[in-house]
Design a binder for this molecule. Sequence first.
Ligand SMILES: Nc1ncnc2c1ncn2[C@@H]1O[C@H](COP(=O)(O)OP(=O)(O)OP(=O)(O)O)[C@@H](O)[C@H]1O
Ligand SMILES: [Mg+2]
Length: 453
Amino acid sequence: MQNATILVVDDEQLIRWSLVQRLRSDGYQVVEASTGRDALDRVREGVDLVLLDYKLPDIDGVAVLREIKEHDADVLVILLTAYATVDTAVEAMKIGAYHFANKPFDLDDVSRLVEKALETTRLRRELRMLRASQAQPFALERIVGESPPIVALRHLLRRVALSPATTVLLTGESGTGKDLAAKVLHFSSDRANRPFMNITCSAIPDALLESELFGHERGAFTDARQQKRGLLESADGGTVFLDEIGEMVPALQAKLLRVLEEKAFKRVGGQHDVRVDVRIVAATNRNLEEQVKGGHFRSDLYYRLNVLPIELPALRSHLEDVPALVTFYVDQFNREFRKSVRGASAAALKAMQHYGWPGNIRELRNAVERAMLLSDGPWLEPADFPALTGAAPIAAGLSLPAEGVNLEELERSLVVQALERSGGNQTRAATMLGLNRDQIRYRIEKFGLAKTT
Ligand SMILES: Nc1ncnc2c1ncn2[C@@H]1O[C@H](COP(=O)(O)OP(=O)(O)OP(=O)(O)O)[C@@H](O)[C@H]1O
Ligand SMILES: [Mg+2]
């Protein structure tokens, strides 16, 4: 591997020296460290391979190995040891050591081992790039995250994709992934080879929206010199995504209702029915129920759309997915910007998991993009994310309703939710709420929740 950086860690100067000389003459960049702490500092600066002495003056080799692997599992580690017992060997292999070299070692052997290890690293990275580039852009896996709400979301989308006629209503705050979910739904269904048509109801003037959606006959209005097929017709056999459906005017709502109920409509200025087979996926970040109550949205259309509501969770409710999302976007922007950023540092990830993300995943994506454009280091640091240090706290996503709240009830409900989301794991639930174990135990008792845990 060209330009590979190798870290040599040993407290014995002579051994270090001979390894460094040899690896440099093999053409590698070599950095060195004589203590475990130094080694971890070097690793944070970015290395590809570590030759690690098992017995170090400050921290023992296995602990250093563990930290390296936690930091970046792609970095391979070869342990150098004079007295490998079977137990230590097994333990080190479990944590992820790549190989052992017994002291005293033969420099030629080490050199060959290093070459093999770096080849492994190169292949691993290549495979990852290849997988990423070949992954279907809108496969279910494109929805990143392993938190319970995201796992449930993927599960639901998979089920709905299998019933390609069902109407779907996607709700959720801005930036939570409604567009993405609509595309995933289409491309995972057997409509995938047919068109996916997307129309943003609020972006088009009402009169135009009607003819865009339903088409028009020749002479239907002044400019209508030709007959024109609408989006619904063009999408026949496929999916129509109606974004910001809450903005649709009542006249069009009535026409859409007929499409849902009878799969038929008339073009603007037309006399006879046009029949289509489309799946309608609608999305809104407004509360449609409120719109219905306020008389802005037809209740019959609402019930017809609401057959299968899918709510996209706000990012602040699944902050445990932040590291995976960051990795996903770092990979993406590395490819786009031809950079080789390794990820976000532990401190940056921590700050990101304590932020409320009012703009949800879109905001996170933009933050990573900005950080990667501006940062030069191998790791993204908290300072690369100015929004986080400005501490828009989690509460930014919550606002006090006009009628006020019952704080005790709210607290109880949050504790219940945290316990549900953590599958009853009190430690994880406590972390979600910024509490320690005693504090959450106190609340579990106070609210009589012991049974649910
Ligand atoms: N679970 C996810 N994994 C990876 N990327 C995601 C996920 N959810 C959303 N995204 C990405 O976040 C960004 C915003 O998502 P999207 O445009 O789908 O949001 P939206 O809900 O339609 O927002 P709006 O209401 O503002 O239209 C997109 O770049 C999308 O690819
Ligand atoms: Mg959208």
